[in-house]
Design a protein around this ligand. Structure first.
Ligand code: SF4
Length: 414
């Protein structure tokens, strides 16, 4: 008989306090929720007793005052350290690498709890400073080998604690997507296009967590991670040993069907986990009243901002997502409206026709695919700006628009 993977939900109608300002009141409540979810999902004592336990939160761009739901709630990580220690873990480590030239030391400081975690007895591991170990992935699809941090590979137990949120590029970021934080900067932007789902499934293939706990206390919707909307009352933790099953259940709770999420669909197709809700044993809290319709991210930059004419040729979501991230962040920072009307062309132009007519202001050509729009009569004379890359770095457009029109210092922090 095939045993169904268990995904255990812990939910409360109200969780007091916030991920930024809290006391023992919410710390104790969240610890109880965590215990419910984790012990309901696995034999946690056998998993951690006498072992080195590595915990990976998501610290993409900690910005606790503006975006308190972008990173894993520190209260969940504290609860997990306490639970692992109580269950006899020999050593607990907490490590992350947000990447994209934002170093882990800065991220842990900006998150605001490094000292607290150390006082609890956890060792902080800065994954960007960790020893890279080359791992081969003979059954992979795009990454046949990759460098992963030695600490994660050497840990006896790997616990994955992502934040529940939508994602401009991956639609949702849950357990599988959180593993992208394991690769070093040199390969962060590789396969950061439509093939990102194959890439993160390849990482999952070689670095499967023993346990995934989704932090859905405060969640994020829409243009996440950098400009999403906060959902402060999801009040959910979900745990399971099959990350694909955990992601499938959580995606469904966000009212995004698992088959819509490339990484979940592909991981199931590859036989790396269960993505069919009928074949998952959902235990703990009743999922029906928890389910919420999350706003989906919109990747297009066309018809959004009054001072931007954006023409999209044959573009994949690599360029679209990086471009829209930059525009949304400029808007969030109150800067976009100060830029004079301008035009962006993105994606492969249609051959043998004029692709860019009635442009407005300066022309920005975005991504390697768009370069041939230069062949069109009259474009060269307008001295367009180029942003190269496949896909360009998320912050390139942000930084260059700021530098060109606002002469302000760019920041890589969220
Ligand atoms: S240049 Fe942009 S649109 Fe073209 S393949 Fe790369 S990411 Fe996609």
């Amino acid at each position: 008989m095939v045993t169904k993977p268990v995904v255990c939900l812990a939910h409360r109608d109200k969780v007091p306090e916030t991920p930024v300002v809290y006391t023992d009141l919410s710390l104790n409540l969240i610890y109880e929720m965590l215990k419910e979810a984790v012990l309901g999902a696995c034999d946690f004592s056998s998993m951690v007793r006498g072992k080195t336990v590595f915990i990976k939160p998501n610290l993409v761009r900690p910005n606790p005052t503006q975006l308190p739901a972008v990173t894993t709630d520190p209260r969940v990580v504290m609860g997990m350290i306490r639970l692992a220690q109580e269950m006899g873990a020999a050593k607990v480590q907490v490590g992350e690498n947000p990447g994209f030239q934002y170093n882990s030391r800065a991220a842990f400081e900006d998150w605001g709890v490094r000292e607290t975690l150390e006082k609890m007895g956890a060792e902080i591991i800065y994954l960007d400073e960790d020893t890279p170990v080359e791992v081969s992935n003979p059954t992979g699809r795009v990454m046949m080998k990759m460098k992963l941090p030695q600490s994660v590979l050497q840990a006896d137990c790997f616990i994955n604690i992502p934040k529940m949120k939508t994602h401009m590029h991956a639609l949702v970021t849950l357990g599988i997507k959180n593993l992208h934080g394991l690769v070093f900067d040199e390969s962060r932007l590789m396969f950061h296009r439509n093939d990102i789902a194959q890439k993160i499934v390849d990482i999952y293939r070689v670095a499967k967590p023993h346990l995934t706990v989704i932090d859905g206390l405060w969640a994020m919707e829409g243009q996440a991670p950098l400009s999403g909307g906060v959902i402060p009352d999801m009040n959910l933790l979900a745990a399971g040993t099959d990350t694909v099953a955990v992601d499938s259940v959580c995606s469904e709770l966000m009212m995004i069907a698992p088959e819509e999420v490339d990484a979940i669909r592909i991981a199931g197709w590859e036989g790396l986990g269960v993505n069919n809700l009928e074949e998952i044993n959902i235990t703990g809290a009743d999922p029906k009243p928890i389910q919420k319709r999350f706003k989906r991210p919109v990747l297009s930059g066309s018809g959004v901002y009054p001072n931007l004419l954006c023409i999209e040729g044959g573009s994949c979501k690599g360029c679209l997502s990086a471009m829209r991230h930059a525009l949304d962040k400029l808007n969030r920072d109150g800067l976009l409206e100060k830029i004079p009307p301008f035009t962006i062309y993105v994606g492969v132009p249609m051959p043998n026709v004029k692709n860019l007519q009635n442009s407005v202001g300066d022309i920005w050509i975005y991504g390697n695919c768009a370069v041939n729009v230069m062949q069109q009569d009259g474009i060269r004379e307008k001295h367009p700006h180029f942003i190269y890359g496949c896909a360009p770095h998320i912050f390139d457009l942000y930084a260059l628009l700021k530098k060109t029109y606002l002469d302000a210092k760019p920041t890589r922090q969220g």
